[in-house]
Structures are given as C-alpha cells and as structure tokens.
Design a protein around this ligand. Sequence first.
Ligand code: ZN
Length: 165
Amino acid sequence: MALRKILTQGDPALAKTCRPVEKFDRKLHWLLDDMKETLQNAGGVGLAAPQIGILRRVVVVEDAEENMIELVNPVIVDQSGEQEGWEGCLSVPGQWGQVKRPNFVTVRAQDRHGNFFEASGEELVARCFCHELEHLDGHLFVEHTDRLYTSEELDAMQAEEENEE
Ligand code: ZN
C-alpha cells in the first residue's frame, strides 16, 4: 500500500467525468487500499479516485461506525429530507462552506469483487455520499455555497457561538 498525493482545486483531473470500473482485478484492489490509506492519513471522511488523479468511478467513505466503505460505480438510488451544514474537502484545504444536502441517502454500488450492494447513511454519512459521488462527475462542493470561510473564520464563529450560550 502507498500514500497517494491528493490533488487540489484547479487540477484538471478534478473537473473530469470519470469512467466506470469494468475490471475488478488486483489493480482495483491496490487503488482501493491506497485510497483508504491516503484518506486515513489525511484525516478525512471520504475520498474519490479523481482526487488522486485516477479517473474511475471509485470512492471510499467512512460510515457512522468509522468503517470505510468501498463504493465502485456508485449511484444514488434514494434520498430524502434536507440538512444544511459545514462542508469541506481534502482538495480544497482550509476552506469551508454551508451546503444543503439530503439528510438520508441510499447508494447502490459494487464491491471490489463486482458484487452489487446498497448502503444507506444519514447526516454526515449522507452528506459524504453526495459530496464524493459528485467528484466522479467533476464537481466540487464550492459550487453549492455562496461564500467560503477559512479555518480561522470558522473557529472564531464557533467561539462566538459558545460565548453566547
Ligand atoms: Zn471532496
């Protein structure tokens, strides 16, 4: 396994539409293993293959129990409700925005061997499914927010909220 470099906003790979995975071979398993290691190392909750420059429909997402789910060729098959909250991206480091997402999302995907399965998540996990799947079509969360905040601004706002309580 190896750590891969995470590309940042402005890199053309992040604006591309990714191709479906057709071969569930050792190369895919290496990719998934590297993505999981890279995500863990970066301290994020989700990573899409284009973020490390691989234009294939592959994402890894951390679920509510902190297990990493491998999603190959994922599609959203059900969604409901709404949530608005802070969102960031390993490819947009140090920037945060308020983004509306469905509160509950079900994804249908294949595992590393090609078997189909469904995974559901709410709140942060649902947000993460939406965020990561968008990467596969060349979209970033910054398209859904009017304003980006720096980590310092976010900390200041949270400190202010705590003072008001
Ligand atoms: Zn992202």
